[in-house]
Ligand binder design. Structure first.
Ligand SMILES: *Cc1c(COP(=O)(O)O)cnc(C)c1O
Length: 440
């Protein structure tokens, strides 16, 4: 594939450069400190897996703005679809007078989500809004109130979804009160608990039964591969056992695929790696090439339990975002991007898969597709090592590589590049990260 920016790292100033520093000075005078940033390097444009900052430096993007630009930055097909749509019609509000793009996205979601049954969707603006709607829909369908989410989960930053999110700092601290009937339950975390999927599921289920009561639970929410929690992949068999428990007890199983879905892990949805068919799925981040769009998709009888007017919103599924999503779906199929994610997985495994043997601060390297985590520990232990992560991120970002942080203890290096990233870029970025790991 041809890119408008050469796919290579190239530094022409120190990082952050002078123009970034000047912008940063303005920013602290006008932008809330609460919107914290990983690196104060201001971006101007991008293509594929490379970002170009305001000083002309070319950086390797290993984060995709948290898993959003999976298909690469500023893809010309998405740009063309958006430009055409923006000149034609930008808004009517689907719930006033509808339009075809919304219906087409819903049709496509029914096709690509797992499950051989009739599926309906609602489109909204953000991941958190999708999770909120899934909660409403599951409660309405079951007539129950309790909502279960997993330890280390991230489900969003609105009042309801922040309360479903695991860690207090920085996501929740000081920002309550929170809604009731939300419960965090033990997850399967193979690196730390050493349990099989079945054993971990038994623990989760026992917690639900003894603390909440199975018949009280409306929905069980899970990221099939946790993103912000630190790329935690529950052990094989875990979700199958949980799903069986949910079926037996009339609990709606919701896969929050906002980060791991839409092709990032080499399948359309990451729950496919666990061989489980969810009742509802939330999609967002990677769905529209960077435009705001999110969805709840699931069993028609559950999705239709809500009365007309009970869910919706002004901008949800707007004509421009849905045009972008349709372009993304087409690209994933036309360019074989699920296979590309598998290629990235193989390249990452070959290049960084042995880090736990080579670097004492690396506890484990794990991942699927273009979604990897490197768990950093104090040498000789499994104690989290957040200082090591800070040092790695500082070295990486000042050398033109942008990975992400993750983990409840801020000790997991998260690597989520575009699926179009080349082996050469992976190799170069890995070398920069290795310099940092070797210094620790
Ligand atoms: C990012 C994320 C959300 C929240 O999405 P926003 O668009 O930021 O509201 C919810 N769930 C998961 C798994 C996410 O990664």
């Amino acid at each position: 594939m041809e890119f408008s920016v050469p796919q290579e790292r190239k530094l022409v100033t120190e990082l952050p450069g002078p123009k970034s520093l000047a912008l940063q000075e303005r920013r602290v005078k006008s932008v809330s400190r609460g919107a914290g940033t990983l690196a104060n390097i201001y971006m101007d444009h991008g293509a594929g897996a490379v970002l170009v900052d305001v000083d002309g430096n070319q950086l390797i993007d290993l984060g995709c703005g948290i898993g959003v630009t999976t298909i690469g930055h500023a893809h010309p097909d998405v740009a063309a679809a958006v430009s055409a749509q923006v000149a034609k019609l930008t808004h009517t509000l689907f719930t006033v007078t509808p339009y075809e793009n919304y219906v087409r996205v819903a049709e496509k979601l029914a096709e690509i989500t797992p499950g051989d049954f009739e599926k309906h969707s609602i489109l909204v603006n953000s991941g958190a809004e999708a999770v909120e709607n899934a909660v409403k829909i599951a409660r309405k369908y079951t007539g129950r109130r309790a909502i279960v989410s997993l330890d280390h989960a991230f489900h969003g930053r609105t009042n309801l979804t922040m309360a479903m999110t695991y860690r207090p700092w920085p996501e929740r601290a000081g920002m309550g009160p929170f809604p009731g009937e939300l419960y965090s339950v033990p997850i399967s975390y193979p690196y730390r608990d050493g349990l099989s999927g079945e054993e971990a599921a038994a623990k989760t289920i026992d917690y639900i039964v003894t603390h909440i009561g199975a018949s009280e639970v409306a929905a069980f929410f899970a990221e099939p591969i946790q993103g912000d929690g630190g790329i935690i992949i529950p052990a094989p068999g875990y979700f199958a056992a949980i799903k069986a428990f949910c079926e037996k007890n009339g609990i709606v199983f919701v896969a929050d695929e906002i980060q791991a879905g839409i092709g990032r892990t080499g399948t359309w949805y990451s729950i496919e790696h666990h061989g489980v068919v969810p009742d509802l799925i939330t999609s967002a981040k990677g769905i529209a090439g960077g435009l705001p769009l999110a969805a709840v998709t699931g069993r028609a009888e559950i999705m239709d339990a809500v009365q007309p007017g009970g869910i919706g919103g002004t901008f949800g599924g707007n004509p421009v975002s849905t045009a972008a999503a349709l372009a993304v779906f087409e690209l994933i199929e036309r360019d074989g991007l699920l296979a590309e994610a598998q290629r990235v997985e193989a390249a990452l495994r070959a290049r960084i898969g042995d880090w736990a043997e080579r670097f004492p601060v690396v506890g484990e390297v794990r991942g699927k597709g273009a979604m990897f985590g490197v768990e950093l520990v104090r040498p000789g232990t499994k104690d989290p090592n957040p200082e090591a992560l800070t040092a790695v991120l500082k070295h990486a970002t000042s050398n033109g590589v942008i990975p992400l942080d993750a983990g409840s203890w801020d000790s997991v290096l998260r690597i989520m590049p575009s699926v179009v990233i080349s082996e050469a870029l992976i190799d170069d970025a890995a070398s920069v990260l290795e310099e940092a790991l070797a210094k620790l």
